[in-house]
Design a protein. Structure first.
Ligand code: SF4
Ligand code: SF4
Length: 399
C-alpha cells in the first residue's frame, strides 16, 4: 500500500515538473513579414499570411460575429503623413473578416476630437475604406462609456470596445515624444473619448505614471488580436510631427506587449527602455522579453534599419528624474511654436490639460510656469507647428 502511495506521489511530482517546464517554454508569437508598399493585393496577401502565422483568422473570428477594427486615427491627416493606420490595412483585414461571414465596424477616438470626428474619417481616408468594404464607422465620442476601475483609478471607456464580439487592434508603428514609442499598448488610449484624454495627462504628468495609465486601459480593453501597420512608420519626434519612414513591415500577434517589444527592437530601442512594455510585462499582461518571443517570418536583425531616428528628447526621457532636477536650469526641453506653420486653429489651446496656452495674441503663447511637459500640444497640432525647444546643453547631449 505504502509502495503505491509513494509511486503515485512520485508520478504526480514528475507530471507537475514536466507541465511547468512546458509552460515556461511557451513563447508569445509575433508574426513579422515584409510588405513593401500599400498595393492592396500585396497587403491582402501579407495580412493573410500574418494571420496564418498565428493559426489563421478563422481561429479568432466566426461567421455571424460583429467585429470592431480599431485603427490609430490620431488626427485628420492623410495616410501619406504616417500619423494614422493606412486605409489599405483596414480594407484588407475587413475583407478577410467578411470572407469568414463577419460584419465589420471601424472606430477610434482621435486625439484632438474638438474639430469633428467626421473630418478625421474623411482626411484619413477611413470613410473611403468603410465605403469600399461596406463597413460601418463608429463614433466613439457619442457611443457612451463604461466605468472601469483599475488599480484604484476610474476609467470611462468607449462602450463599443466592450460590446462587440471581437476587437482587432490595428496600431501604427511610430515614435512618441512622451512614451518613446506608440504601438499596441498605446493604441488602446483611443478607448478614452475626446478631450477626456487630457485629464489623464493632467493627473499623471510623468511619463512613467502616464504609461501605467496606458497599461491600466490596455488591461481591460484586451483586443483579441493585433495587426501593426509598419509599412510606412514614423521616426523622429512622433507621433504626429516626426518624419515618415518606410520599413515595409507588417506585424501581428495576440500579445500586444510582445508585439511592442519587437517593434521597439526594430526602432533601435534597447530592452527595458519602453515604459509601457516594462510595466505591462511586470503585470503579466504579456511578455516584453525578446527571449520569450517567437518571431515568425523575418529575423528582427535583418529588418532593423541602421538609421531609424528615435525621439530627439530620448536622452531626457531616459535620464533619472533626480539627475534632470539637478541640471534643470541648464538642461530643459519645452514646447514652442513655429510661427510660419501655425494657422491659429487653437487645437493646442483647447487640448492643453493645464490651460497654459493662451490664444490672446496673434499666435498662441505658453505659460511655462504651469506647463507639465505632457507634450499634448506637440502631439495634437495638425500643422506640426509645435516643436521641441531645447536649452544649449540639451541640444548638445540630447540624443
Ligand atoms: S500651434 Fe498648432 S495647434 Fe496651436 S494654434 Fe498653431 S496650428 Fe493650431
Ligand atoms: S503647454 Fe503643451 S506640454 Fe505644456 S501642459 Fe500644455 S499641452 Fe502639455
Amino acid at each position: 500500500m505504502i509502495y503505491w502511495v509513494l509511486f503515485l506521489l512520485a508520478r504526480s511530482v514528475e507530471f507537475l515538473l514536466i507541465a511547468s517546464e512546458e509552460m515556461s517554454e511557451m513563447k508569445s508569437q509575433v508574426s513579422l513579414l515584409r510588405c513593401k508598399d500599400y498595393r492592396l493585393e500585396d497587403v491582402h496577401e501579407v495580412v493573410k499570411r500574418s494571420f496564418d502565422n498565428l493559426g489563421g483568422l478563422g481561429t479568432f473570428a466566426k461567421s455571424g460575429q460583429r467585429v470592431l477594427l480599431n485603427p490609430n486615427l490620431l488626427s485628420a491627416k492623410g495616410p501619406e503623413r504616417a500619423i494614422t493606420t493606412h486605409p489599405t490595412i483596414v480594407i484588407a483585414v475587413a475583407r478577410q473578416l467578411q470572407e469568414l461571414g463577419c460584419e465589420v465596424f471601424i472606430g477610434d477616438s482621435p486625439g484632438g476630437a474638438t474639430q469633428g470626428v467626421k473630418r478625421v474619417w474623411n482626411n484619413t481616408q477611413m470613410s473611403d475604406a468603410a465605403t469600399t468594404v461596406g463597413a460601418t464607422l463608429i463614433n466613439f465620442e457619442t457611443s457612451g462609456v463604461y466605468d472601469k476601475s483599475v488599480n484604484g483609478n476610474l476609467y470611462r471607456l468607449s462602450k463599443p470596445l466592450f460590446d462587440f464580439d471581437l476587437v482587432i487592434s490595428l496600431p501604427k508603428l511610430k515614435t512618441h515624444v512622451l512614451t518613446l514609442m506608440t504601438g499596441a499598448v498605446k493604441n488602446n488610449f483611443g478607448a478614452v473619448p475626446g478631450v477626456r484624454k487630457a485629464e489623464y495627462h493632467k493627473n499623471f504628468p510623468k511619463a512613467n505614471d502616464f504609461s501605467a495609465v496606458l497599461v491600466d486601459i490596455f488591461s481591460v480593453v484586451k483586443p483579441a488580436l493585433y495587426l501593426m501597420d509598419a509599412i510606412l512608420s514614423m521616426e523622429g519626434d512622433g507621433p504626429s510631427s516626426g518624419e515618415p519612414k518606410t520599413l515595409g513591415l507588417i506585424l501581428a500577434s495576440t500579445d500586444g506587449v510582445a508585439m511592442d517589444a519587437v517593434a521597439a527592437g526594430i526602432m533601435g530601442f534597447k530592452p527595458g527602455q519602453i515604459p509601457t512594455t516594462t510595466i505591462a510585462s511586470e503585470r503579466g499582461l504579456g511578455t516584453g522579453d525578446l527571449d520569450q518571443i517567437e518571431i515568425i517570418g523575418e529575423r528582427l536583425s535583418e529588418v532593423k534599419p541602421k538609421d531609424f531616428k528615435t525621439p530627439s528628447n530620448k536622452f531626457w526621457k531616459l535620464t533619472p528624474r533626480f539627475i534632470i532636477r539637478l541640471i534643470e536650469p541648464y538642461f530643459w526641453i519645452r514646447p514652442a511654436i513655429n510661427q510660419e506653420l501655425c494657422t491659429n486653429c487653437n487645437t493646442c489651446v483647447e487640448n492643453c490639460p493645464m490651460n497654459t496656452i493662451s490664444a490672446d495674441s496673434e499666435i498662441p503663447t505658453f505659460d511655462y510656469e504651469k506647463c507639465i511637459n505632457c507634450l499634448c500640444c506637440h502631439e495634437l497640432c495638425p500643422e506640426g507647428a509645435v516643436f521641441l525647444e531645447k536649452s544649449w546643453l540639451a541640444r548638445r547631449i540630447g540624443r
